[in-house]
Design a binder for this molecule. Structure first.
Ligand code: ATP
Length: 340
């Protein structure tokens, strides 16, 4: 059996509950599909900060670096010291956030299939802020190198998805002429290397509107860090909410998979969280392992896992956030049973 190692951060809030649910599903992936993911659990986040004085203890960082992949549940207030740090430390420059319609969701279109490719290492999220007493300044570094790198990633994603074959570059270069000027020019230059993929541009405010008006018209959106963070929560809601929203953070040498949402303290310890976001993140992990290790078994397992989640929801088995009554673990068991 093929086997890979995954360092799992169980996180804060609903993190431990959706982590247990994912372990249940990955056990079934091993038993039914023959792809073993050996999980080692590690602490990071608010609880780790309280217990050890560090939100990302050195042992956790070492485990992530020595594993094939990292599966990260959400952390709370210490997110900047965990995920923002890991994205920069491991150079996880591409944040891939798909939004795809699932059957029978409240308030959604049933024909959305888009992905947001968000630059993950620059922008105001580098934390370069200057405190000047009763005012402050945030720096927004944007480079041609990082912009071109994420643009290539977006065009390759469009080729891989084989969907509408379109990349939309989202920016605000009419106002932020220097930084978004660099970003949009890099995207335009890279577009010329992919003649088979249509390319267009949209200001971020228009994009926010169009994601509500006609989300089905998008294919791949490439954008800067903060715009991508905000637009991906919006696109998640269009297709059924944050509980269904997975993400991948990809670099040249490492990858980390995590739900789009935060620690959701308001529903922690109630077994009402939707684990689909984390399960679908593991699907993205299997796809990535399939591509980078040339392992067809992983690619097949990813497809089967995606279908199992889709079928579970289509069968009307849902958690509370999407109109059902299943607990976190019950939902995961239903997904697992559809893998055999
Ligand atoms: P962050 O800024 O860290 O992303 P946030 O403040 O945006 O976090 P979230 O923790 O993402 O907040 O939660 C936003 C809302 O979505 C909350 O009401 C939460 O209960 C709900 N929510 C988030 N994730 C899930 C989930 N997996 N299942 C059900 N509801 C969820």
């Amino acid at each position: 059996m093929t086997s890979y190692s995954a360092a799992m951060i169980t996180g804060d809030g609903i993190g431990p509950e959706i982590s247990d649910a994912l372990v249940t599903v990955l056990d079934a992936v091993r038993d039914s599909l023959g792809v073993g993911i050996t999980i080692s659990k590690h602490d990071a986040g608010d609880a780790a900060l309280k217990d050890t004085g560090s939100a990302l203890p050195p042992g956790t960082l070492d485990a992530i670096k020595s594993s094939d992949v990292c599966l990260k549940a959400p952390v709370g207030e210490s997110a900047k010291d965990v995920i923002v740090y890991l994205r920069q430390e491991l150079d996880l420059y591409a944040n891939i956030r798909p939004a795809r319609s699932f059957p029978g969701m409240p308030y959604l279109r049933d024909d959305v299939d888009l992905v947001i490719v968000r630059e993950n290492t620059e922008d105001v999220y580098t934390g370069a802020e200057i405190d000047m007493g009763d005012s402050g300044v945030a720096l927004r570094p944007i480079s041609d190198r990082a912009s071109a790198r994420i643009a290539h990633c977006a065009f390759k994603e469009a080729q891989r998805r084989n969907g509408k074959q379109r990349v939309t570059c989202v920016h605000k270069s009419n106002v932020m002429r220097t930084t978004d000027g660099i970003f949009s020019r890099a995207c335009r230059r890279v577009a010329s290397e992919y003649p088979g993929i249509e390319f267009d541009e949209m200001y971020v405010d228009a994009c926010a509107m169009n994601l509500i008006r006609a989300p089905q018209e998008f294919d791949v959106i490439v954008t800067t860090n903060m715009f991508g963070d905000i637009l991906s929560d919006e696109s998640a809601q269009v297709v059924g909410g944050l509980g269904m929203a997975p993400a991948a953070n990809i670099g040249d040498d490492a990858a980390l998979f995590e739900p789009v949402h935060g620690a959701a303290f308001d529903i922690a310890n109630t077994q009402s969280a939707n684990p689909s976001s984390f399960i679908l993140s593991a699907k993205m992990m299997l796809e990535w392992l399939g591509q980078t290790r040339n392992d067809n078994k992983c690619t097949e397992a990813a497809s089967r896992l995606g279908s199992a989640v889709y079928q579970t929801v289509a069968d009307g088995i849902k958690t509370r956030d999407i109109g059902g009554d299943q607990t976190t673990l019950e939902f995961a068991k239903h997904v697992a049973s559809r893998l055999s």
